[in-house]
Design a protein around this ligand. Structure first.
Ligand code: DGP
Length: 113
């Protein structure tokens, strides 16, 4: 999608620190990490947020969730990790391309919000 930051990252027009890629997904390190490991997992097809995930084919939806587990194992997050997908203004979503944050490498706060 034109003028979408994450579409430009997926296309390679904006550099990123890639950690994983498959047919449906791309994952890269967050530019402003909030944990020792902070990775963004995005679908290669543009949908704005998780409320619109049904706009992706079922195999792409499955691949996104499977990618999270693969990346966590690849990153050595055996002690656990948190997955967050901000959706809309109340959740402070800043990039309107569906993404899952993988946060790990330290104990998370017990309150999520
Ligand atoms: P959210 O606030 O949930 O929409 O998260 C967007 C995340 O995207 C935020 O944690 C910072 C990250 N981000 C923004 N611009 C860039 C960029 O150009 N490169 C990378 N790697 N991450 C970015």
């Amino acid at each position: 999608m034109e003028n979408c930051l994450f579409c430009k990252i997926i296309a390679g027009d904006i550099p990123s620190a890639k950690v994983y890629e498959d047919e449906f997904c791309y994952a890269f390190r967050d530019i402003n990490p909030q944990a020792p490991t902070h990775i963004l997992v995005v679908p290669k097809t543009h949908v704005p947020d998780i409320a619109h995930i049904s706009g992706l084919p079922a195999d792409a939806q499955t691949a996104l969730l499977a990618a999270i587990g693969k990346i966590a194992a690849q990153e050595g997050l055996e002690n656990g990790f948190r997955v967050v997908s901000n959706c809309g203004p109340d959740a402070c979503q800043s990039v309107p391309h569906l993404h899952f944050h993988i946060l790990g490498g330290r104990a998370m706060a017990d309150k999520m919000a």
